[in-house]
Design a binder for this molecule. Structure first.
Ligand code: ZN
Length: 135
């Protein structure tokens, strides 16, 4: 199954909001974060629901299924490992690595990410101090 970047960006945004200790997010919040109008957000959420990634109740909000949570966790893990690599190994400035990691996180190779994690000696946090999810 292929995962378009925008689908992955939705999953990642939901993950980041839920990471703050909540159990659901609203479509309005997602629209704000992703700079997307409400009808498009709703369309994507319905698509993610069909694929089994989210539970969605209109006017109440969106939460992850276990499948969605695991998928989003992998994307966030990749993003934060790449940021760590870019800062620690390539010594790029902290402020610039987020945009680069946004692109790299969509590369799908479990082998590459596992190798990156080993190379970095299994870091716990990224350069911004955010927790890197374990595999
Ligand atoms: Zn980042």
């Amino acid at each position: 199954m292929s995962h378009s970047p925008s689908e992955e960006n939705y999953l990642k945004s939901i993950y980041k909001l839920l990471e703050q200790g909540r159990n659901r997010v609203t479509t309005n919040e997602l629209g704000r974060i992703l700079h997307t109008k409400a009808p498009s957000v709703t369309d994507m959420i319905k698509k993610l629901h069909k694929k089994g990634y989210v539970e969605y109740t209109p006017y109440y909000g969106v939460s992850f299924t276990e499948k969605g949570r695991l998928r989003a966790k992998e994307i966030v893990r990749k993003h934060r490992l790449w940021e760590t690599f870019l800062v620690e190994t390539l010594q790029l400035p902290c402020e610039t690595v987020h945009d680069i990691a946004e692109q790299l996180e969509h590369v799908h190779s479990e082998e590459l990410i596992d190798a990156l994690d080993r190379f970095l000696n299994h870091p716990e946090t990224d350069p911004h101090g955010q927790f890197i999810p374990k595999k």
